[in-house]
Design a protein around this ligand. Structure first.
Ligand code: 1CP
Length: 333
């Protein structure tokens, strides 16, 4: 069993396992080199040779316990035939959302369109570098995908004004998302993903009263589905105010916390394994501060099943030496 699997089963491990969100990304010069000659991000995700190589890049440098497949949560709306583009210095830009268009997509066509992602997972799973480690497949949670599909671009701090205007559309889209998210999860697992992480990056945008409809129920359905396939599932409801309620209702195998929440109260309130928390901006400071902040999380969770990770993705301006230091420090703790 891998250290991450042991931790998720609530067991004590010799060392705290570690992987980092966005561990394959722009802070690595070897990634930037590939990216420079591959300006189209979607094509890069759909190039199984390059995306598998990028997935493995951080494992060649650091003693990480998992690889996360190089892809994006927005490959799902892409698979549903909504136009998705990634613009330099702007981020994702989506095209019109048409219920008619999306309703035409069938399972075969969807899998065909995203097939290179599954082949890439297969390639990584067969590589020696992943032996005794986990390969993390992932999806966006239905709510976060809905946000991008309706908003068309990053909500940064707020949603477009008339976001909830077309309730009919929202009610029709959610079950379609659930259906294809299950297909996408199943294909990732079939091809070698050994853990699934569900990213709900915009969970923090909703009021308490809307959580059951848009977050709890749709995510719970996916969590149950992943569990039925005997694969552990980690949820990351970024920015949610009450992690305890979320865990009690959604029941993931582990929960990733963001850097706004107090790890001490999380450790006290939450019984399931915890992942993450450290502010990625700490990696932009100095070794002393990195040491201090990392120790804070390691100390708080020393008697709790804990997977080390950040409270959001590695920032592009991060020095890889700082990541190296962090990984070694967690391993030596
Ligand atoms: O090189 C580039 O310009 C592309 C930058 C980039 C990268 C490296 C994007 C565009 N996506 C990714 C890869 C990615 N996205 C991974 C790969 C695996 C890894 O972690 O190493 C993963 C897991 C994601 C997931 C993802 N995409 C999320 C959930 C996590 C999070 O960051 O909150 C979200 C919200 C997205 C949407 C997205 N894709 C890309 C960007 C810049 C964004 C965020 C836009 C925004 O701020 O709203």
């Amino acid at each position: 069993m891998t250290p991450i699997q042991e931790t998720i089963l609530n067991k004590k491990t010799k060392n705290t396992p570690i992987w980092l969100m966005r561990q394959a990304g722009r802070y690595l010069p070897e990634f930037r080199e590939i990216r420079k000659i591959n300006p189209d991000f979607i094509n890069l995700c759909l190039n199984e040779n390059l995306s598998s190589e990028i997935t493995l890049q951080p494992l060649k440098r650091f003693e990480l316990d998992a690889a996360i497949i190089f892809s994006d949560i927005l490959m799902l709306p892409y698979g549903l035939n909504q136009k998705v583009e990634f613009k330099k210095d702007f981020g994702p830009q989506l095209g019109p959302l048409s219920l008619d268009e999306i309703s035409k997509v069938d399972e075969v066509g969807f899998i065909e369109k995203l097939y290179p992602i599954y082949k890439s997972i297969k390639k990584v799973s067969e590589n020696n570098l992943i032996k005794n480690k986990n390969l993390i497949g992932f999806v966006g949670a239905p709510w976060t995908l809905l946000v991008y599909m309706i908003n068309k671009h990053s909500p940064k701090k707020e949603l477009i004004k008339d976001f909830f205007k077309d309730k009919f559309l929202i009610e029709k889209i959610l079950p379609i998302l659930e259906k294809f998210l299950k297909i996408h999860i199943n294909q990732q697992i079939k091809n070698g993903a050994t853990v699934i992480q569900i990213f709900d990056s915009w969970a923090g945008l909703l009021d308490e009263k809307d959580l059951p409809n848009y977050i709890y129920t749709p995510t719970q359905n996916l969590v149950e589905y992943v569990k039925s396939l005997n694969i552990p599932v980690i949820c990351f409801p970024r920015g949610i105010k009450n992690y305890k309620n979320y865990c009690d209702i959604v029941e993931p195998d582990a929960v990733n916390i963001d850097y706004e929440v107090d790890p001490i109260s999380i450790c006290r309130e939450i019984k399931i394994p915890v992942q993450g928390g450290l502010d990625p901006k700490v990696l932009l400071t100095d070794i002393n501060n990195l040491k201090k902040q990392t120790l804070k999380y390691l100390d708080v969770f020393k008697d709790h099943p804990y997977i080390f990770n950040l409270g959001h993705g590695v920032l592009p301006e991060t020095n890889p030496d700082m990541v190296d230091y962090l990984v070694k420090m967690v391993k030596d703790y």
